[in-house]
Design a protein around this ligand. Structure first.
Ligand code: GRF
Length: 222
C-alpha cells in the first residue's frame, strides 16, 4: 500500500447497494497513487449486494445496515452515520448506493461526500438515465462524479466522462459503455480528493485551483 506523506493511506468508506463494479475499480486502483487508499469498510443497505463479496475477497471489512430494519429514513441515516464515523473516514464514497439521503446526513458529510451518476449531469438526475438518453435521441451520454448536496444527483461536478450514443444502442449497450468510463473516472476523482487538489468556488470544482480540461474525459470511441 502506498503511503501518504504522513505515512498513512487515505481513509475512505464506500457505500453500495448492488454489483459494486465501481467499488471494484476503486479496490483495483487503490495503490496506484500517493497517498494510497485505505477502504476502512464497505457498507451496504442490501445484504445480497455482490459488492460485499468483492470487498471480502480482498480482505476489506463489510457492514450490512439493512434499511428494512429501521422505521424511517431518519433513523436509518442516523445508524449509517454512527457506523461511518466509527471509522473516521476523510471521504465517504457513494458507489451505487440506491437510497435517498436525508439532509442531516448530507450536511454531516458536507465537502467529503461524493457520488457517481450515470449521466452527464445536470441532464437526467434520478433513474433510467440510459433509456432517457436513448429516447431523447441524444448523441452523447456519460457519467458524472460530484460532491453531494441535499437535492438528488446534484452538487459541484468533479469529473465527467462522455461517450457516444449510437442509433442502434440498447439500454444495456449504452449502460456498459458508460460504466466502463465510470470505472476510470471514480478512482481518479478520489485520487484528486486524497491529494488535496480539489476546491469548490461558486459551486464549481477547481482542480489545483483552476477549471481544468482534465475534468472532462472523452471516450476514445467518440
Ligand atoms: C452505476 O451506474 C453508478 O453510476 C450508479 O449506480 C451504478 C452502480 O453500479 N450510481 P455498480 O454497483 O458500481 O456496478
Amino acid at each position: 500500500m502506498s503511503k501518504s506523506s504522513d505515512g498513512n493511506p487515505f481513509p475512505i468508506v464506500v457505500l453500495i447497494s448492488g454489483s459494486g463494479s465501481n467499488l471494484q475499480s476503486i479496490i483495483d486502483h487503490r495503490q496506484d497513487f500517493e497517498p494510497g487508499i485505505d477502504i476502512c469498510t464497505v457498507i451496504s443497505n442490501n445484504p445480497e449486494a455482490y459488492g460485499l463479496q468483492r470487498a471480502s475477497q480482498v480482505g476489506v471489512s463489510t457492514t450490512v445496515i439493512n434499511h428494512q430494519d429501521y422505521p424511517n429514513r431518519s433513523r436509518y441515516d442516523a445508524a449509517l452515520m454512527t457506523e461511518i464515523d466509527r471509522h473516521q473516514p476523510m471521504l465517504v464514497v457513494l458507489a451505487g448506493f440506491m437510497r435517498i439521503l436525508t439532509t442531516e446526513f448530507v450536511n454531516h458529510y458536507s465537502g467529503r461526500l461524493i457520488n457517481i451518476h450515470p449521466s452527464l449531469l445536470p441532464l437526467y438526475p434520478g433513474l433510467n438515465t440510459h433509456q432517457r438518453a436513448i429516447e431523447s435521441a441524444d448523441k452523447e451520454a456519460g457519467a458524472t462524479v460530484h460532491f453531494v448536496k441535499p437535492e438528488v444527483d446534484a452538487g459541484p461536478i468533479i469529473i465527467q466522462a462522455r461517450v457516444p450514443v449510437y442509433g442502434t444502442d440498447s439500454r444495456q449497450q449504452l449502460a456498459a459503455r458508460v460504466l466502463a468510463q465510470e470505472h476510470l473516472i471514480y478512482p481518479r476523482a478520489i485520487q484528486w480528493f486524497a491529494q488535496g487538489r480539489l476546491s469548490v468556488r461558486n459551486d464549481k470544482v477547481l482542480l489545483d485551483g483552476n477549471e481544468s480540461s482534465k475534468q472532462m474525459v472523452i471516450s476514445d470511441e467518440i
